[in-house]
Design a protein around this ligand. Sequence first.
Ligand code: FE2
Length: 300
Amino acid sequence: MLHKVDLKFKSSACIIHDVGVTENYNIILDYPQKFGIERPILGKRFIEFDRDAKSRIGVMPRFGDEESILWFNVKNHCTYHLINCFEDDDKVIVRGCKLLDTIITTPDDKIERSEWYRRAYIQHDESSQDYDPSKDGVLFSRPYEWRLNLKTHRVEEGYLIENGVAMDFPVINNQFTGIKNKYSYTQVADSIASSTIGMFKYKMFAKLYFDEHDEEINGNIKVEYHVMDDNHFCSGIEFVKKQDAIDEDDGWVVCYVHDENKNQSKVYIIDAKNFSKEPVAKLKLPQRVPYGYHGIYLYK
Ligand SMILES: [Fe+2]
């Protein structure tokens, strides 16, 4: 370990699931996802997101301390996974898949929880009479961007893609971690299936083109999809770059896929440059791989 500091948060214990880096800074997401062993005794959930509290993003010089962090107040959120962070002149750009509540379940009343899940995973019509922003669509995760100006201390923030599609577990070509990148790859949620079982299920893949914009959708970035057959679900996405890679997307998207019709698990290998085409390989596995979360590809 090269550097260790106490950030001395004033609030009670919070969970930080991911941190970002740029060429010169560490990026710290501080959002009010509280936890503590004393909380159940006080009648509170062990883990809970406080939607009335404040979220902030800290930009800390690589070997700085709590005094050197520049904090930016941002709209409240509960983002678990960053896509990438990089510097752009006076700004630090932070991209992640934004959530509005915690995905970590807590031992609470089961009936209340199932009702909560039913509403949380599906994007709701905000103009409808029964729309409740504390429940509806709070786990409908979408790529989001924060633009933090180090000189003016101003923040610009907003979603990067159209409404209607939820996605998470973003991966990139790791050669571009901390510097400007053009692409990311995500798992696209099956919102109905997720809502039914109370945990995320992912039914296809998306490739995000940060530098290309879809004029028809108010300038949101271009998204290309890799669609799978019905009742196929994926987990553990990873990007594997080619050894002789020249372009950022010279590589493969690798992921576990399970066919629930045949109870057959496979590994899909998708050419990132021909993303919507059939996978270049589907490797049958001898047994089912349970749905999980993150994946990692190890070179032998
Ligand atoms: Fe995670």
